[in-house]
Ligand binder design. Structure first.
Ligand SMILES: C[S@@+](CC[C@H](N)C(=O)[O-])C[C@H]1O[C@@H](n2cnc3c(N)ncnc32)[C@H](O)[C@@H]1O
Length: 223
């Protein structure tokens, strides 16, 4: 059995791990506040993390990199409620979370200002949905990427990372076949100027490293 599935089964005991993003429950999206309602300084560079789970990765980033704003989108409502509470308690001004299916949120006309303002997007260890009949639940889909790439500003970066080779190939095939997105050579990539200058690891990434699993990743740029 793939180590990913073993880990997921263990986690399922404590919290519902998988949510069907195609469920009608996510058709309606919450009202999206303006950037100045989300952040103390709306002019800072904006990074978007899709599938931010409990938000630990973004908390680690936001607390250290105060010259960036961080926005997380997560489909599990309870996690978003808890993250929002923590942001308020800690009075963090450069971090915000939205609840819902990222696909629906980013395609919504309300979100145009977010898409136009983001400098980078990360898809860290997205749900793999192993069964072929469930592939359409994967967050990266041709229509989603086409729609997004048409609207992003030139120079916007997209980071993908996963420990599932089949999912990596699936995502890479979709993104690299998009006319407006070109692969960046990771060897020459300067993280110090990115949203993640200290190369902070996500929760899933820490697990993958401890268990010595492979990590497949790629960076793309809107041209
Ligand atoms: C495997 S977890 C990875 C979490 C985190 N990025 C990490 O690297 O540790 C994938 C996360 O994406 C969320 N997710 C899945 N599909 C989503 C969607 N369509 N929109 C927003 N979040 C989604 C899941 O609920 C889950 O929290």
């Amino acid at each position: 059995m793939h180590p990913y599935i073993i880990a997921q089964q263990y986690t399922n005991i404590f919290m519902r791990q998988h949510v069907n993003p195609l469920s009608n429950n996510f058709n309606q999206i919450e009202t999206i506040p303006s950037l100045s309602e989300m952040f103390g300084d709306s002019k800072l560079n904006l990074h978007l993390d899709i599938g931010s789970a409990a938000g630990e990765f973004l908390f680690d980033l936001a607390l250290v990199n105060t010259s960036w704003n961080y926005l997380g989108i997560e489909i599990r409502e309870k996690l978003v409620q808890n993250s929002k509470l923590k942001v308020l308690e800690r009075e963090i001004k450069n971090l915000y979370f939205l609840f819902g299916n990222a696909n629906n949120i980013l395609n919504d006309v309300q979100c145009e200002f977010i898409v136009k303002n983001i400098k980078s997007i990360s898809f860290n260890f997205p749900d793999p949905w192993f069964k072929k009949r469930h592939y359409k639940r994967r967050i990266i889909q041709p229509e989603f990427i086409n729609n997004l790439s048409n609207r992003l500003q030139k120079g916007t970066l997209i980071f993908i990372k996963t420990d599932v080779k089949d999912l990596f190939d699936y995502m890479d095939c979709i993104i690299s076949s998009n006319f407006y997105l070109k692969t960046i050579d990771k060897k020459n990539f300067n993280y110090s100027e990115s949203f993640n200058p200290n190369e902070v690891k996500t929760q899933r990434e820490k697990y993958v490293i401890v268990n010595q699993l492979d990590i497949f990743e790629r960076i793309y740029m809107k041209i």
